[in-house]
Design a protein around this ligand. Structure first.
Ligand SMILES: *Cc1c(COP(=O)(O)O)cnc(C)c1O
Length: 382
């Protein structure tokens, strides 16, 4: 039996009747653009996350672009970010006219290394854009402290981290951020810590729609107002456009589906954590790999190991022969992509991780025997 890297079917089976009823309600109402479900979802998701404003948009990428612009980031500005992410992160910065400045990642969390941020700050630096990669909260204590001390905005890329919470317990952080900053953000959901957060509802994400969708969240009224304008062609009042915006609304059908799914997200994220724990326990006796830390608040969008000694591609090929899917997120760090034409010198940690990371099959309902099969094959492959 083949094991895919992601199986969305069991989740659909669980909520099929509710989702179909929700879709039907929208179809019967004929209110397809900005129907009442959009507002209801925005209210419920804001309440869930504990944030003042949630603005539904067309994708996670648009959430980043609109979030950056709502924070007034654009031409001539520099935004410090991680090289080790999906290209939408840096692309959004470039597309608003700003310059991505890449800082290497911390090898344990795969996320922005706060120690490296300070030396990249210039008079043009306007913001820091951390990514909570694979569902693991970035080292936000130190990041927020640096931002506060240097007058920088923080916009969080939460495309992979819906439901993840910061607990300031990472062993690399070692409590080196100030007590006051840590106490202030302790236990908060990712996306609600910085000035704005950007979420994706791409179907494979932890809270996935059945098409594209995204969300901007913020506690700042002015940022929220600007984001609301930008998603509808820069108009507060219809046909009275004030800035150049976008057509980037959250689809009503997707909002109706997300309203159903939001009620299950905790259960599903717990399922992912349980799977990660099982993997970690089984894989503990396999040499030549490094398993991820099971930090509090991590929601395991991906379960990603490091395969050492240059064996990653061999292991991946072997798993493939056994009918087991696996993925490499991401083989080429953003700063080294052809689009930037060699403008950036290589950063050693992200460059190394690109050759080592391997994401194994994970979804909320994955069962132990499936995980055992992946483990067995992985053991044989090394
Ligand atoms: C998926 C993803 C995005 C983009 O989200 P879309 O909804 O596909 O536009 C941005 N950043 C990261 C880290 C992602 O994983």
């Amino acid at each position: 039996m083949k094991i895919p890297v992601l199986d969305l079917k069991p989740q659909y089976e669980q909520i099929k009747a509710e989702v179909q009823a929700a879709i039907n309600t929208v179809l019967e109402s004929s209110r397809f653009i900005m129907g009442p479900e959009v507002k209801q979802f925005e209210q419920e998701v804001a309440a869930y996350l504990g944030v003042k404003h949630a603005i539904g948009v067309n994708s996670g990428t648009d959430a980043l672009v609109i979030g950056l612009r709502a924070l007034r980031i654009g031409e001539g500005d520099e935004v410090i970010t991680t090289p080790f992410s999906f290209f939408a992160t840096a692309e959004s910065i470039s597309n608003v006219g700003a310059k991505p400045v890449f800082v290497d990642v911390d090898v344990k969390t795969f996320n922005l290394d706060p120690k490296a941020i300070l030396e990249k700050i210039t008079p043009r630096t306007k913001a820091i854009l951390p990514v909570h990669l694979y569902g693991n909260p970035a080292l936000m204590g130190q990041i927020m402290e640096i931002a506060q001390n240097n007058g920088l905005k923080v916009i969080e890329d939460c495309a992979q981290s819906f439901g993840a919470r910061y607990f300031g317990n990472c062993s690399t952080c070692q409590g080196s951020c100030s007590e006051a900053v840590r106490a202030e953000i302790q236990g908060k959901f990712t996306g609600t810590i910085g000035d704005a957060g950007a979420f994706s509802f791409f179907p494979s994400k932890n809270l996935g729609a059945y098409g594209d969708g995204g969300l901007v969240v913020t506690n700042d009224d002015a940022v929220a107002e600007m984001a609301r304008m930008l998603r509808v062609h820069g108009a507060k009042k219809k046909y009275h456009n004030e800035v150049f915006g976008y057509n980037s609304r959250l689809d009503t059908l997707q909002a109706a589906i997300l309203l159903v799914k939001l009620r299950y997200i905790d259960q599903w994220n717990q399922g992912r954590r349980r799977a990660a724990k099982t993997y970690n326990e089984l894989l503990a006796d396999v040499e030549g790999i490094i398993t991820p830390e099971l930090t509090d608040g991590h929601v395991f969008h991906q379960y990603t190991i490091r395969v050492l000694d240059g064996k990653r591609d061999k292991v991946k090929a072997y798993l493939g022969e056994q009918g087991i899917g696996s993925m490499v997120y991401y083989p080429v760090p953003q700063d080294q992509l052809p689009v930037y034409r060699g403008a950036y010198p290589k950063l050693p940690v992200s460059d190394m991780l690109g050759t080592e990371v391997l994401s194994l099959p994970i979804w909320p309902e994955i069962n132990i025997s499936t995980i055992e099969k992946v483990y067995g094959s992985l053991r044989n492959s090394i």
